[in-house]
Design a protein around this ligand. Structure first.
Ligand code: NDP
Ligand code: 2IT
Length: 449
């Protein structure tokens, strides 16, 4: 085991997701450290794995029965070498310090890859919004922000959405933060268009993922046209990945939630996607309803935590995991590779287990890590920040053009960095190296702080 990993395991025991994320980066950057001793001399990795600040707080709130509920809130302010802390907020019962540290660590590299001035952070709570009324969600968000507000600011830390945090939650948190600070400033991104939000932020992660896939396929003189695609998740990222796949002539045939997945052999078209959006975003229902409505689709239930649920066992050309971490395991990876999958593009953060990633990398298929291929979301958050600083808005077309350009630059930077350090065509190593060098050089320049 590497020395860094040993330090991390000793100092942060019981945080397997964080260990997994660190191990992957440590392996990738080894040749960089060997070639440039300054990174070891300046203890860059040792410093990168230690959050600059870790905030944990009580969130007490009243449910609709006037009963007091208590949750735990967090913000991990990981690294501010490149700019103010930037990253999403996750509301999910599985949230604890280890998950948020892995996400904040990944975010630091991802944000570096966008080329925009953003450091890395992540926050959230073990609050479960499922089954809660709008007023309960509002009271929770207000209580959460009552504490978080003192730690954030538009030049300090700018949170956004993630699992369980979409337009509704950002609205409630923004309202609370504005009241506390008495300022209308861009302290959150993903705001509604019309009150500080950027066009295209909602679509950006899923669209950016598919643009990145387009770039990878183009290297092989291929495209998404007529490609059969399997997608997991049915939230923000999955919905917009499906939308862009359809737009580019591909055929998405699956979508899922934490209860199960649907397989529609005829393909999910624009009308069916509208149904999914209404089901998930307005009615907050279960994906099973899709199969009740469309006879072309079958529904398969999955057990909680099952990573070999069968979705990845369906034969397809491209796979886009867009739900959550470690949702695609070893057997899934073997099945995908055995079935001749051409491309795996990560929409979620770290959706492949370490074992699955190893199998996929060895197979040599096109494989992009989330920190590169889902960076379109945070990049567009960066674009929202620019508009807020300037006090003006850009058109959807303008933002989409910038998003495409950023995704194509990230793609090229990953390939270049991978090749420079002996990992030709390995996007995982390329993303880690390119992100690492950018953050590391800034840390050295800024001294021991
Ligand atoms: P949403 O909350 O909108 O959707 C999450 C989806 O994943 C839902 O379908 C949910 O099912 C499913 N899901 C969540 N947790 C689990 C689980 N433990 N097991 C199985 N399914 C699960 O979140 P997003 O679409 O925003 O986020 C999806 C992924 O993309 C996350 O990894 C996130 O970190 C990443 N990401 C998001 C960005 C963004 O801009 N939103 C940017 C970059 C990355 P159910 O409805 O049953 O809960
Ligand atoms: O994982 C991610 O990149 C996000 N959830 C989006 C972060 C952001 O600040 O837009």
């Amino acid at each position: 085991m590497s020395e860094i990993l040993e330090i991390v395991k000793n100092q942060s025991p019981g945080e397997p997701e964080f260990h997994q994320a660190v191990e992957e980066v440590v392996e990738s950057v080894k040749p960089v450290l060997d070639k440039h001793p300054k990174y070891r001399n300046h203890k860059i990795l040792e410093r990168m794995v230690e959050p600059e600040r870790l905030i944990s707080f009580r969130v007490a709130w009243l449910d609709d029965n006037q009963e007091i509920q208590v949750n735990r809130g967090y913000r991990v302010q990981m690294n501010s070498a490149l700019g103010p802390y930037k990253g999403g907020i996750r509301f999910h019962p599985s949230v604890y310090g280890g998950v948020l540290k892995f996400l904040a660590f990944e975010q630091t590299f991802k944000n570096a890859l966008t080329g925009l001035p953003m450091g890395g952070g992540k926050g959230g709570s073990d609050f479960n919004p499922k089954g809660r009324s709008d007023t309960e969600v509002m009271r929770f968000c207000q209580s959460f922000m009552a504490e978080l507000a003192r730690h954030i600011g538009n030049r300090t830390d700018i949170p956004a959405g993630d699992i369980g945090v979409g337009g509704r939650e950002i609205g409630f948190m923004f309202g609370a933060q504005k009241k506390i600070s008495n300022q209308f400033a861009g302290v959150l991104t993903g705001k509604g268009v019309g009150w500080g939000g950027s066009m295209m932020r909602t679509e950006a992660t899923g669209y950016g993922l598919v643009y990145f896939a387009q770039n990878m396929l183009a290297v092989k003189k291929n495209s998404l046209k007529d490609k059969v695609c399997i997608v997991s998740g049915s939230g923000n990222v999955a919905q917009h990945a499906v939308e862009k796949i359809i737009d580019l002539g591909g055929k998405p045939i699956t979508i899922s939630d934490s209860s199960g997945f649907i397989h529609d052999e005829q393909g999910i078209d624009a009308d069916k996607l509208s149904f999914i959006k209404d089901l998930k975003n307005n009615r907050r229902g279960r994906i099973k309803e899709y199969a009740d409505k469309y006879s072309s689709a079958s529904y398969t239930e999955t057990k909680n935590g099952d990573t070999e649920n069968g979705l990845w066992h369906i034969k397809a050309d491209c796979a886009f995991p867009c739900a959550t971490q470690n949702e695609l395991g070893k057997k899934d990876a073997e099945k995908l590779v055995g079935n001749g999958i051409k491309l795996i593009g990560e929409g979620a953060n770290m959706p492949l287990t370490a074992e699955a990633a190893e199998i996929v990398i060895k197979s040599g298929i096109l494989y992009s890590p989330g920190k590169a291929s889902n960076a379109g979301g945070v990049a567009t958050s960066g674009i929202e920040m620019m508009q807020n600083y300037m006090g003006s808005y850009w058109s959807a077309k303008e933002v989409d053009e910038r998003l495409k350009k950023i995704m194509s630059e990230i793609h090229q930077n990953c390939l270049d960095a991978a090749e420079a350090y002996g990992f030709k065509d390995n996007y995982v190593a390329g993303a880690n190296i390119a992100g690492f060098i950018k953050v590391a050089d800034a840390m050295i320049a800024q001294g021991v702080v």
